[in-house]
Design a protein around this ligand. Structure first.
Ligand code: SAM
Length: 256
């Protein structure tokens, strides 16, 4: 077999393949070391590490996301769409007295999230292993959906599917909170310095396409396909617009 043939057919080589086991290929290939390898999960799930990855902005962003979710929270179920390192999940549970639904495609992440909780809050965390691109929840069952730094880690098609699913499970009148990178930060120092730009592009292979995305247009397009109407009601920026927390709401009535 020629080496060209090897490349074209992607023979099962590479450490990352041992983590596949039903998980999306992009996640395993690009992020196995961060989300699926037990030493990686142990390492990254420390407050100083996750704060360093977000250039010191973790507290600001997680507190803002928490506030945006909890302030006049629409009545009904709350979904955190995928796990996140740090204290976000425990803080959400502390701020509410009902149940928090948490899904992730990686069981190691769900286990790590559960380990951070007290006995009382653990009982109120409803974990399920599933793919964000194809949620097993019904239509219109959540009043709040929180997506914390997931979308920039997804290739375009997975991002489209996940956004469409988030809108599908969100009930009319429901709230969607998205914490993410801002728009392409061409004036930001981290972008202008080529070593940090290269490092970011290397570690986050789908960030470039996220930077080019018109997030609200994408959400509106998916909402429209489902006869829903989505509106942005708030946007918070920090670190010279490098990061943002956006709040969206679905209209009470369907448009169709
Ligand atoms: C929320 S994102 C990034 C979080 C951020 N870096 C942090 O920890 O603060 C990472 C999580 O998304 C999960 N994930 C990625 N793609 C997924 C998919 N298609 N379905 C479900 N979970 C997914 C990973 O397993 C991981 O737990």
């Amino acid at each position: 077999m020629s080496s060209k043939h090897h490349k074209n057919n992607e023979l099962p080589t590479g450490i990352w393949r041992r983590f596949l086991n039903g998980k999306p290929e992009y996640l395993v290939r690009h992020y196995w070391w961060a989300y699926l390898w037990h030493w990686g999960v142990w390492f990254f799930d420390h407050q100083p590490i996750i704060n360093a990855i977000l250039f010191g902005q973790y507290r600001t962003l997680s507190l803002r996301a928490l506030r945006d979710c909890m302030k006049n929270r629409p009545q009904g179920r709350f979904l955190q769409l995928t796990c996140a390192y740090g204290s976000l999940t425990p803080a959400l549970l502390k701020a509410m007295d009902d149940e928090l639904y948490l899904m992730d495609v990686a069981d190691i992440q769900l286990t790590a999230s559960r380990k951070k909780l007290t006995d009382e809050t653990r009982e109120r965390l409803l974990c399920a292993r599933m793919n964000a691109e194809l949620l097993a929840y019904g239509d219109n069952v959540f009043a709040t959906v929180l997506i914390f730094f997931l979308l920039h880690e997804l290739p375009s098609d997975a991002r489209e599917h996940s956004v469409s699913e988030a809108i599908r499970v969100l009930q009319p009148g429901g709230r969607l909170v998205i914490t993410e990178y801002g728009a392409c930060p061409k004036k930001h120092l981290l972008w202008r310095l080529w070593p940090t730009r290269l490092l970011l592009q290397r570690l986050e292979p789908f960030l470039e396409s996220f930077w080019r995305l018109d997030l609200i247009a994408m959400l509106q397009q998916h909402a429209k396909k489902q006869d829903k109407v989505i509106k942005q009601i708030d946007e918070f920026h920090c670190f010279s617009d490098f990061y943002r927390v956006c709040v969206f709401e679905l209209d009470e009535s369907l448009s169709g």
